[in-house]
Design a protein. Sequence first.
Length: 269
Amino acid sequence: MRRSFKNGKIRNGAILFLALLFTSCASTKNVPYFQDITSAEKSVLANTAVFTEPAIQPDDILSISIFTIDPATSMVVNQVGTQALSTIPGPAGGIVATPPASGFLVDKNGEIDLSIVGKVKIGGLTTFQARDLIKEKAAIVYKDPNVQVRYANFKVTVLGEVGRPASYVLPNERVSVLDALGLAGDLTIFGRRENVLLIRENNGKKEFARLNLNSSELFNSPFYYLKQNDVIYVEPNKGKAASLNQARTQTYAIIGTALSVLIVLFSRL
């Protein structure tokens, strides 16, 4: 009986050792990013993704400021009636609401309604094009106006095996996949770096792309720069399943050991 108990402990220990070994191999093999970039002092990529400014769409909320010579006039022009709720990651990966961000809502016709200036159709334009158009409209009423246009609700969502999964409202539209993952606390050791899923809505349809963070080809992907409401999902790797199996194996080993001890004790009674 004692020999059987001893053999059982050895067998359980071997199982735990193999589980740890395979978990280590599975979780560290593909951890480094951009593995194909040489270790030379300087490497240059022949092709990189070109940033394309997003077009303004209905339901976008824009922060628009018109500055004039008269500060009192500027205050009247910059009054807003729309607010967008933003969120930030809270403790333990939760989501916390932040104070609403003020902005002008783009209606279903692609128009915004500015005080005194009136309605301006900016749907389909970039923020720079919208700025020039609003400046042109405002110049009819004000002398030498200065206009600033930015997104107030440019949101991306990062889910899965990252440090802080959440939706993030960003202050500008030039955001890359790496920027978003950095905000989310980077991938965990269990995240699949070679198969990150990006979900994008384009003209009412869902587009899906797979991104490989282990390859420098990421910098040439048309999905390297994010669009409004993009979703990034990081899948768990085999190491995550192995770790769960390891925990389960440890539990079974403890239960088996406890039962063996009880059997030995009862056999001596």
